[in-house]
Write a protein that binds this ligand. Sequence first.
Ligand SMILES: [Zn+2]
Length: 213
Amino acid sequence: MSEWVFIDLPANMIEGLPEPEQPFPVRRERMPIYDELKAEGFPLLFVADELDAYLEERPDRVERYRREAAHLFLCAGIEAVMDTCIEPSLHYFKLAIWLDPANLSDRMNYAMSLHQLERREEAVAEYREVIQRGSVWDWWQAWMLCAEELIFLGRAAEAMPLLLEAKKTIPDSHQFWTVLADCEERLTPTCPHCGAPQHEKMRFCGNCGGKLG
Ligand SMILES: [Zn+2]
């Protein structure tokens, strides 16, 4: 068991986190590190790591910290992503999901980190969780990014219904229309002889004259 001291987090240190109702745990021997880091700005990742270690040692305290910890871990994950530490961000997002499984922001961020790491099947599974629980009007990015991964995986036919669903919201996003165009192109039948796209139902290829179908 570690020896813990408790620090009062300054209010408004973390965006969206109301004034913490609990002091946050830090291992006594690590307090000098905290003091040093603190001089350069709020050490969010350090505080998150200490809280993670604390909750592991004291599962009986999970309830006490649940709400604030979930938000802290989400913010830590986002900060890790901004520092381009994508791999470590996964751990923070997983903790946030564990504490608050219904929170779609946690899951969306987790999926996007998997996406960046090209762990495509896992990313698709997480996007699908968001798609199942969220409204396309709020979460159309999950539809788009899931489709993008499916296209990478060679499953454009599976991607298209997602894109058509997201299209209803008329996304104001260049990326969306690029993914949609890419998907349409992949689903356009091509001539078996020369590979030219065949946009209409024709008997012969307009490019090479080869017989189609
Ligand atoms: Zn042809």
